[in-house]
Design a protein around this ligand. Structure first.
Ligand code: PRP
Ligand code: URA
Length: 242
């Protein structure tokens, strides 16, 4: 593993003088316009600390991951278009607001991406969800496509692509190629993930410059087995089976 490039920052509101505030490692900054990193708030850092800890038991891993997933979904939805919409309030006044315009769907990269489906459903009732089964070969880290099932009109929808771990980017690249082959324009895909590697983000930004990535954290890098470091290990195993 390489040396950390991520800065340690003071974390927390102004309840203490700066010299007495706790510090924590925050996300590596990325300069691509289409990569959006969640604000590195004390809550987010505390949630990530929980799920990165190898001593965290499965029930807590699921609970804290779900809180981060909710933040990612809410941020992802902020990137969708809205139109003006004025309503009348119960006291007879009008409020000039907005409403979402367009159709969306989720597409999860199985298995781990399925863990993000409930977070999407919690925000978008009865949302359609497609599936792409891609598995990374344990020895070569190369992705293999086994199966896909997408809404028939996927090309008319905004697609929230779901996978918690963005390591080499091989799996996500394969999934985006499937979506593009079904007519989904690159600029209508949002890839939501919990932890990304700089390698994955860089290769993706070059290959799909119009696609938006929303991530909670860009980590230091990859180890010799192409696991993200410091990372959190195998997300699918920790969420579903460990
Ligand atoms: C993990 C993860 C991503 C992929 C990331 O899945 O959920 O899909 O690896 O690695 P990459 O960016 O180098 O392609 P895995 O294939 O291990 O399957 P799982 O979802 O069943 O855990
Ligand atoms: N898949 C995971 O679950 N974790 C990693 O660090 C890399 C791929």
């Amino acid at each position: 593993p390489g040396k950390s490039t991520a800065p340690a920052h003071c974390v927390g509101p102004d309840y203490r003088p700066i010299a007495q505030k706790p510090t924590a490692t925050v996300s590596t900054e990325i300069s691509y316009e289409n990569v959006h990193i969640l604000p590195q708030t004390p809550q987010l850092i505390a949630l990530l600390t929980m799920i990165r800890d190898k001593a965290t038991a499965r029930a807590d891993f699921v609970f804290y991951s779900n809180r981060i997933i909710r933040l990612l979904v809410e941020e992802g939805l902020n990137h969708l278009p809205v139109i003006e919409h004025t309503v009348t309030t119960p006291v007879g006044r009008s409020y000039a607001g907005v409403k979402f315009q367009g159709k969306i769907c989720g597409v999860s990269i199985m298995r781990a991406g399925e863990a993000m489906e409930q977070g999407l459903r919690d925000c978008c009732r009865s949302v359609r969800i497609g599936k792409i089964l891609i598995q990374r070969d344990e020895d070569t880290s190369k992705p293999k496509l086994f199966y896909d099932k997408l809404p028939e009109d996927v090309s008319d929808r905004w697609v929230l692509l779901l996978d918690p771990m963005f390591a080499t980017g091989g799996s996500a690249t394969m999934a985006v190629d499937v979506l593009k082959s079904r007519g989904v324009p690159e600029d209508r895909i949002l890839f939501l993930n919990l932890i990304a590697s700089p390698e994955g983000v860089n290769s993706f930004a070059k290959r799909f410059p119009k696609l938006r990535v929303v991530t909670a954290f860009v980590d230091q890098g990859l180890d010799e087995k192409n696991y993200i470091v410091p990372g959190l290990g195998d997300f699918g195993d920790r969420f579903y089976t460990l």
